[in-house]
Write a protein that binds this ligand. Structure first.
Ligand code: ATP
Ligand code: MG
Length: 365
């Protein structure tokens, strides 16, 4: 995936602070972000705080040695895909093999040669990126099978049945029935085309190039809300907006995020006499958190565990139409921008979608 804004983060695990300092000074030359810890316990605490893109691991450490720590990290499903490079003076063949058997990807001898270390780090970061893309493509193919076998098959089967009814109506010359069935047929066909369009757009996101520029979220929110109001004629929508910042991102993709979130807010509150959608943004350190709140039907949080997964819907199709692709698309786009997204709600009290975007430091200066 073509993430923006974040340089790779490397975790150094070494019991000697001078070694950490030396290695960190080398890898910072490539603008990698660095975290460092001096032992196994601290290493797990550091992994819990955030998953690094690569680990540089010392072998000889008091308590648990590097081989043992590597085996434990690789046995954990959450951390097993992090590439690990051993950095050590224990570099006889036997120990090198032990390192690979423990699950490490590579081995660099101390004293460290800066160019060699940087070249190996870059190689493993690239390999990891390619593996991640392949895994994502595999997940997309898996989803596609689901789309074909379920989400496309169902409407196509009902179109087939309706065509049979239409033929019978034509044979009996019942004009009223012909018109009614034709309307349902057209609606079903349009829904199927919408599903295919939305799904194709989502899949394309995996290989999309992110074209970053400064995006004025204030103007974008107003523009998208105008469109939403036009597509919900007859619904009274009040949009309350606090000032929103300029962010660094892909304007078309961020527009899609707002379209999907606002259209949910409008759709799931259309039974209110007045729909109120409130948007605000706060900043903490290097992160903006945007919030979009509505006063709609909401839902019970206990059903919402997989709500960002493709095709997960909490409301009945006959009450609130939809394909279940909107929030998956939002998540994919926000992840591409290095942010996070979550949703909270209460049944009959409305929902709040929050997403974060990194503050672009240079854009601020
Ligand atoms: N603002 C909201 N209020 C209440 N429920 C919501 C809200 N936003 C999302 N949901 C719930 O989350 C589910 C997933 O949302 P998502 O936008 O992915 O799909 P959708 O709205 O059903 O279809 P579409 O792909 O056409 O947007 C919805 O079906 C709905 O049950
Ligand atoms: Mg939606």
């Amino acid at each position: 995936m073509n993430h923006i804004n974040k340089s790779p983060e490397i975790l150094i695990i070494d019991d000697t602070p001078e070694h950490i300092h030396f290695v960190a000074s080398i890898i910072r030359r490539r603008k990698y972000r660095v975290r460092a810890v001096t032992g196994a316990l601290q290493a797990f605490a550091a992994l819990e705080k955030g998953i690094p893109d690569l680990i540089l691991l010392d072998v000889l450490m008091p308590g648990m040695n590097g081989f043992e720590l590597c085996t434990l990290i690789k046995a954990d499903r959450l951390y097993s895909s992090i590439p690990i490079i051993f950095l050590t003076s224990v570099n006889d063949s036997e120990n090198i093999v032990r390192g690979f058997e423990a699950g490490a990807q590579d081995y660099v001898s101390k004293p460290v040669n800066a160019r060699e270390l940087l070249a190996r780090i870059e190689t493993h970061l690239n390999l990891k990126k390619r593996t991640d893309r392949l895994l994502e493509a595999y997940r997309d193919i898996d989803n596609f099978n689901h789309v074909i076998s379920h989400d496309l098959k169902t409407p196509v089967c009902s179109i087939y049945k309706l065509a049979g009814f239409l033929r019978a109506a034509v044979e009996s010359g019942d004009t009223k029935e012909i018109c009614e069935i034709s309307d349902i047929l057209m609606e079903k066909a349009a829904g199927t085309v919408e599903l295919v369009d939305k799904y194709t757009r989502l899949v394309k996101l995996s290989s999309a190039a992110v074209n970053t520029c400064e995006v004025n979220m204030d103007c974008l929110a107003l523009k998208v809300m105008e469109e939403i109001k036009k597509t919900h004629p007859g619904q009274r929508i009040v949009f309350e907006k606090k000032p929103l910042p300029v962010v660094h991102g892909d304007s078309l993709l961020l527009e899609q995020v707002l379209v999907n979130i606002f259209s949910n807010a409008a759709k799931y509150s259309r039974k209110r006499a007045e729909t109120v959608i409130h948007m605000s943004c706060s900043r903490k350190d290097c992160e903006y958190t945007f919030s979009v709140k509505d006063n709609g039907v909401g839902f019970e949080m206990k059903y919402a565990e997989n709500i960002f997964n493709l095709f997960v819907r909490l409301h009945e199709q006959n009450e609130y139409e939809g394909t279940g692709i909107g929030l998956s698309t939002v998540k994919k786009i926000i992840c591409l921008h290095g942010g996070k997204v979550w949703i909270t709600a209460e049944a009959d009290k409305g929902a709040e979608v929050c997403f974060t975007l990194p503050v672009e430091i240079e854009a601020e200066a």
